[in-house]
Each structure stands twice: as C-alpha cells, then as structure tokens.
Design a protein around this ligand. Structure first.
Ligand code: MN
Length: 283
C-alpha cells in the first residue's frame, strides 16, 4: 500500500489570520454575524429544551498556563445535562480545576493523552473533547446538543469565528446557516461524538498530532451512514495561538501519511464540501 500524497490529506491552508486588512474585515464580519445571530437565540433555546437530559463526558488536556480553559469549563458546567468533566494537565493541576483534573504531567500527544482520560469511562450519551484555547459562546452545551440531536448528527463540531485560526475552510461560520451537514468534522478545537460513534472511534489511535484522523473518521462515517455536521449558530473563538506554529509540520505530516496509508479516508477536497445547509431548525 503506497502512502498518500500530502495534498490528498492537507487542507492546503494554514488558517492563520494575519494582516491588518484581513484582520479588520474578519472582525467586522464576526460582529455582523453576531448581531444577526441574536435573533436566533430564542429558537436555539427551544431546540435546547426539546431533548431529554443527557449524560455528557467532556475531556480536555490543558497546559497549566492556559488562560481560557477555566472559563470554557465554567461555560460547560452551566448546563441542564449531567456533565462529567474529566481534565488532564500537561503540568500541575490548575487550582480552580483541581477537582476535575484526573491526570497531571501528561507528556503524550493529544490523542494519547485523551486515551488516558478515557480509560474506564463508558457511560455517557455524548463525548465532548475541547481544546484549552477556545472560548465557547453562552449556553453552549445545551444549545449545541439540541441542534446535534435534532439533526441526528453522530459527529458534530461548532463552527469557528472568522477570526479563528481554522485550517479547514468548511469549519468557519457561514452567514445564513444555523448548521450544515458535511462529510467531515475536525479533530478540534471542539469535537462531539454521539455514544455509538464514540464507542467505535475510541480508544483513539496512538497518534501524537492526529492530522488525518478526521479524514479517516469521515470515511468510516460514510460507511456507517452517520450524519456529520458543523453548527454555525454556535461559533467558538479559537483565536489565540496559530495552529501553524504550535508544533512541527513535518512530523505531523509524516504521521498522517503513515496513518492514512492502508486506511480509508475522505480526500481533503471532498472534506471541504457542505452537503446540506439548515437555515432554520424547528424544535
Ligand atoms: Mn487550539
């Protein structure tokens, strides 16, 4: 089996937002979309209220100098669902999160560390994985699960703001869309797995960077008839550290090539496609 070429599994973009013009127009675009989104708030709350109370396992591995993980965890805790927050730190536990921090001094890659947190955890309706550098919008978890269940999504992610460093165009928020059905849901910064999908996709493969893992998930989803989607109405801010400089590209690409050779995956160009746009969703 020959290893795939990088253009088959890379988005071809760094997603880094830079330059004064680009930054200003994206900031303006986010403000405009935020204004429009206000009128959707009541409908999102009705969708949120329409599903039964669920059990949610939320995992994150944080760096102890993260300035955002506490507020993200706090936002998740404002939920009507039964939330089990299970965190890991790459160093010491943050005092405010000590009760939820199940592992410290984690030294593996993202998915290796998540596997550590997942050990023995099987009783949940939804598994949610979030990065330590995201800002979640208000009433995030209730609204997000409401939309995901209403659209029967097996894998779901919130869109990212225009100002976010999103490597995949398909994951950026779109005007006039509440949510979109896609072929692809990214490995981060926030990813949700319905129970049946989580039980098939975990434990995660032993990967340090995990590039290409989402393209493999996309192929498995096609085979199983799972619906995937991106929720535009609940964009998260992933605006801090550009993905491009967070770790070495070469190693990540090499890991992806090895991982994807001999495994089915959806090619990058198809991963960018939107299948259905839901402008409104009735509860
Ligand atoms: Mn991040």
């Amino acid at each position: 089996m020959t290893a795939p070429e990088p253009e088959e599994f890379l988005s071809g973009e760094t997603g880094h937002v830079a330059g004064i013009r680009r930054t200003l127009s994206r900031r303006f675009g986010d403000a405009l979309l935020d204004l429009r989104a206000r009128s959707a708030a009541a409908s999102l709350d009705r969708i949120a209220a329409a599903i039964p109370r669920r059990s949610v396992l939320a995992l994150s591995v944080y760096r102890p100098d993260s300035s955002q993980v506490e507020s993200a965890a706090g936002e998740l805790q404002r939920t009507r669902h039964e939330l089990h927050l299970r965190l890991g730190s790459t160093g010491a536990a943050l005092p405010a999160l000590a009760d939820s921090t199940a592992a410290t001094n984690l030294g593996g890659g993202k998915f290796q560390n998540l596997n550590t947190l997942l050990e023995g955890e099987q009783s949940f309706d939804w598994l949610l994985v979030f990065d330590d550098d995201v800002e979640l919008p208000p009433r995030f978890l209730d609204r997000f699960l409401g939309v995901a269940e209403r659209l029967d999504l097996a894998l779901a992610q919130p869109a990212q703001t225009l100002m976010s460093h999103a490597a995949w165009r398909v994951t950026r928020r779109r005007a006039g869309s509440l949510a979109r059905e896609t072929r692809f849901v990214e490995i981060g910064p926030v990813t949700a797995f319905r129970r049946d999908a989580a039980l098939e996709l975990t434990p995660f493969p032993d990967l340090r960077y995990g590039w290409g893992l989402d393209l493999h998930w996309a192929a498995l989803a096609q085979g199983r008839g799972w619906r995937l989607g991106i929720v535009d109405a609940l964009p998260v801010k992933h605006e801090r550290s550009p993905v491009a400089t967070a770790y070495g590209h070469e190693e990540a690409i090499e890991e992806a090539r090895n991982f994807l050779s001999g495994r089915p995956f959806v090619p990058a160009a198809q991963a960018q496609e939107t299948l259905v746009t839901h402008r409104k969703v009735q509860p």
